[in-house]
Design a protein around this ligand. Structure first.
Ligand code: EPZ
Length: 421
């Protein structure tokens, strides 16, 4: 397994391009199962998770070619409606094939995702949604077995504005008989992007980006070409990298309006920001101001930026509290950040951070995607030598992150780890 070797303490300076959104690309790839034919999806990030979803589509019988940042998908021969455990356990987003398989083939056998590094990640809202659409579902040998001759439109009120459940139900509802209304729907830009793709395929969807989405079922959909939106979490991560190292960076090909809560928190923490279309300029100031954050569903502060924010606050001038109201256990990065000399205590679903004047390089181990990003940020800001192990986590969600950081002047390199992890 690879590790990153980092010499910290250098302010990041320069320009970096934002890649396409992982969390838009994955459901869009699954949506190609809804209609047989050829698709070209553009601005797809080159990530481990994209390769995993491509592998899953091939198991189902689709053809998938990854050419640079364009996916060529042909689902004409897709006919095996299964998502096996060994794939689903490596990527929870595999659950996104459930709705499309059920809608197109009338049956699906999808492994229940296991937990993840930070605790249980239920899929009860996905299952209830499919049942509301008329599917019969039983759980057997750790698999969801779903079948339905014809899905029928329904009124579905989500207990939680779940991103995944909204996406799965919306995809299934496109081919249901009658109209489906999803109340308390997710408003995340990635779900809006998925909905726009479905509309291009001929789906009749209203209310994207609001809490109430209605989908009028149609007898069939057709393939379409489509471009994925920029990754707002990658963008936010690089902006924090600029602020935590005291640098000055420019992000190109971003979509600032998807990031407004993060941008206003960055300003509160002392960053000087200016926006020019799809370009975001950040100039760091010192001190970093202590800034409390509580995560929320979109358009609130994203849980996927929580770990990165805690890394930033570990060097703030004063104390701050970061609360994760979405994933209460998502703090496995905290003990590792404390190895750099940060002063953080977790109680329930909040991290209490006392800013320190400097972090010191250390060997640390990543536990999950966004945790590993926060450890890289801390290593870039820490004085001296650090090693970040298990960087396969970061490769799931960040395209060539060390190359992008090197372009900004970071002293970071990837090496094979001599340790068994
Ligand atoms: C998506 O996960 C993202 N993944 C996550 O990003 C992100 O953290 C999360 O949304 C929240 O924004 C992808 O898009 C592939 P949820 P998802 O369903 O859909 C509860 C990353 O780093 N819930 O919105 O799994 C759940 O426990 C990843 O890129 C149920 O109770 O998240 C959580 O408390 C990590 N029952 C809340 O809803 C369900 O059936 C939000 O989860 C589903 C979810």
């Amino acid at each position: 397994m690879d590790k990153f070797v980092v010499e910290g303490g250098y302010p990041l300076e320069g320009e970096v391009e934002v890649s396409g959104s992982k969390n838009a690309a994955l459901p869009i790839m699954a949506a190609t199962l809804l209609a047989p034919g050829k698709y070209r999806i553009f601005n797809v990030p080159r990530l481990r998770d994209v390769r995993t979803m491509a592998h899953l589509l091939r198991i189902i019988g689709a053809k998938v070619d990854i050419a640079d940042h364009t996916l060529e998908i042909d689902t004409t021969l897709a006919d095996f409606p299964e998502a096996p455990y060994e794939l689903v356990r490596t990527m929870r987003a595999s659950i996104y094939v459930l709705g499309p398989l059920l809608a197109r083939f009338g049956r699906a056998r999808v492994s229940l995702p296991g937990g993840c590094a930070w605790g249980p990640r239920p899929v009860d809202l996905h299952i209830k949604g499919m049942q509301k659409l008329g599917a019969e579902i039983d759980l057997d040998y750790g698999y969801i077995n779903a079948r339905s001759k014809q899905l029928t439109g329904a009124h579905i009120a989500l207990d939680v504005a779940s991103v995944g459940a909204t996406g799965n139900i919306m995809m299934a509802a496109t081919l249901a008989e009658g109209t489906t209304v999803i109340e308390n729907a997710a408003m995340e830009p990635e779900i809006v992007n998925l909905g726009e793709f479905l509309q291009k395929m001929g789906a009749r969807i209203h209310g994207l980006g609001t809490r109430r989405i209605s989908i009028e079922g149609v007898p069939g959909l057709r393939p379409a070409n489509f471009e994925v939106i920029p990754d707002r979490i990658e963008a936010g991560t690089f902006l924090v990298a600029g602020l935590i190292t005291g640098g000055r960076i420019t992000l190109r090909q971003a979509q600032p309006e998807h990031l407004s809560e993060v941008l206003s928190k960055l300003e509160e923490a002392g960053a000087q920001l200016s926006i020019d279309g799809s370009t975001i300029h950040l100039k760091a100031n010192r001190p970093i101001r202590a800034t409390h954050v509580t995560t929320a569903v979109y358009p609130g502060f994203p849980t996927d930026m929580q770990a990165q924010w805690i890394a930033l606050m570990s060097l703030a001038d004063g104390s701050s509290v970061v609360t994760d109201a979405i994933f209460p256990d998502r703090f496995t990065h905290v003990p590792e950040l404390n190895r750099f000399g940060a002063d953080i205590v977790v109680k329930n679903n909040s991290a209490f951070i006392r800013g320190v004047s400097a972090l010191k390089g250390a060997p640390v181990t990543s536990t999950d995607l966004r945790a590993s990003a926060s450890l890289v940020l801390a290593a870039l800001a820490a004085e001296g030598h650090s090693e970040v192990y298990r960087v396969y986590h970061i490769d799931r969600g960040y395209e060539r992150i060390e190359e992008k950081l090197q372009k900004l002047g970071a002293r970071i390199r990837r090496e094979a780890s001599e340790l068994p992890y």
